[in-house]
Design a protein around this ligand. Sequence first.
Ligand code: HEC
Ligand SMILES: [Cu+2]
Length: 352
Amino acid sequence: MKGWMGKIKALALLSSLALFLSGCGKDNLTALVPKGYGSEVSFNLIILTTVVMTFVFLAVIITYVIVLLRFRKKKGQEDFIPKQVEGNQTLETIWTVIPIILVIIMAVPTVIHSFTLSDTSEADEHINIDVTGNQYWWHFDYKDEGFQTSQDLYIPQGERVYLNMIASDVTHSFWVPSISGKMDVNVDNENTMYIEAYEEGVYWGKCAELCGPSHSLMDFKVIVVSPEEYDQWIADMKDVDPEAEPESAVAQEGKELFEENNCMGCHAIGSSPAQVGPNLTNFGDRTKFAGFLDPTKENLVDWIMDPESIKPGNKMTGNYPDLSEDEADKIAEYLMQLQPSEVTPDSAGGLK
Ligand code: HEC
Ligand SMILES: [Cu+2]
């Protein structure tokens, strides 16, 4: 009786764990609720392989149980040795051919989709964005439009977007689970993948290749807006005047401090080819600061004063003069009002 109770308890624990874990992952961060072309293809392959593997599993288990029950030693048969058979040709053929067929069923669509997803022959007819993976942030160059942004990638819903990806330091991997498969982002060669999102929304992106101490904090977002809003956003981003005077006096002071403290050495506001740090043109619209911090002024002040304690190994630490909290606060005021467009992550429903 005791033994059974233990087993029931273990089973209850396991099933509640399974229930708990099934709650992991947000709607816009799971490959199991596909909302784009690449993720839909991956999802269908997951279903196909799961069906095939379930079939194999059941075939093996059922055969095993039948053999176990039918051919076990029965009472009175202690000295009985069954007829010895080996090398049944029909059986051998069956269990060689069936696995080969199963592998073909899984391999053919996998290989076909691997090729179509990285096919660049029609790239010229679609939107092209250059993506650079850096320790520990993402840079997006809208090269056809002549401007750049970082961390939040805006794309139009229902349109194919080609991403030409390269890394500036070590290998990273670009992954937006809800929309696309993964693609390695290498230092030596450019990899191209296209993505297409079916629904508007803000989708979580991850670096999927261990790239240093803050690898797990190297998040980004894909903001999928309607094609009209996308055009509006492009126009607004092209129209930015980096010299524009902020409205409030505090932000104006912040702008001066930003210019005096070497921040401009790495961060551009407006278009600029040199990019040692994230482009801050539309920083005020970020879904997260530094990829993963909630966009509050408090977090921003903490970041500016001591980025190392927040993102170990980042390339900003120690490269600008020490700032007082008051100075950091003014700079934060300035950066947070950089909101050049009406089209923001909220236009896509906000980050969930
Ligand atoms: C040596 C280059 C360098 C200097 C100088 C520098 N930064 Fe940075 N900054 C970076 C890098 C690199 C990152 C990305 C860090 C990461 O996420 O790993 C960053 C990130 C940021 C972010 C978050 C950006 C985003 O899009 O989420 C802010 C805000 C910022 N820096 C503000 C400042 C301010 C203010 C100064 C001046 C006081 C400054 N930085 C000076 C390199 C620099
Ligand atoms: Cu990375």
